[in-house]
Design a protein around this ligand. Sequence first.
Ligand SMILES: Cc1cc2nc3c(=O)[nH]c(=O)nc-3n(C[C@H](O)[C@H](O)[C@H](O)COP(=O)(O)O)c2cc1C
Length: 150
Amino acid sequence: MSDKYLKVFYGTMTGNAEDLATQVQEKADELGYETDLVDLADYPAADLAKEKEISIVISTWGDGDPPDEAEQFCFDLYDGKVDSLAGLKYSIVALGDSSYDDFCGCGRKVDESLSKLGATRVLERPDLDIDFEDGFEEWLEKYVAYLQSK
Ligand SMILES: Cc1cc2nc3c(=O)[nH]c(=O)nc-3n(C[C@H](O)[C@H](O)[C@H](O)COP(=O)(O)O)c2cc1C
């Protein structure tokens, strides 16, 4: 795998996280990265130990819960069913709705779990409300600068 490889993940119910993850992938492509866009529904958390550079966009449902199809990935991660992630760099964008008690709870828990397993977060996590576009663009600008600097 080349140094310029990025795997972009999304966990979604109604498509918002997938749309934003697609935008991350497009920017990385423009910068000459090799990329893959992957639904967390199709990815075993244990495989994270093989990755070097990832970006995740994930929403929160229920009451701080993962999107249904990303449950297995998230619960395995929360339960630490993953080897050390000391070699992994990641960014994460959390989507939610601040009218819920556990605002962006899933993104926060995924972030905390990755960090606990030794992975390095390369940018601060934005917790984005229902009007997420401006906050996302601001974050994406910073993420592009990070990818360029590598
Ligand atoms: C039934 C329902 C439950 C939700 N629960 C939460 C929640 O607990 N916390 C939160 O921050 N957002 C919650 N949300 C908001 C979603 O995370 C938000 O609409 C997000 O943009 C959806 O992204 P997606 O299309 O990628 O799934 C909920 C939305 C619905 C409709």
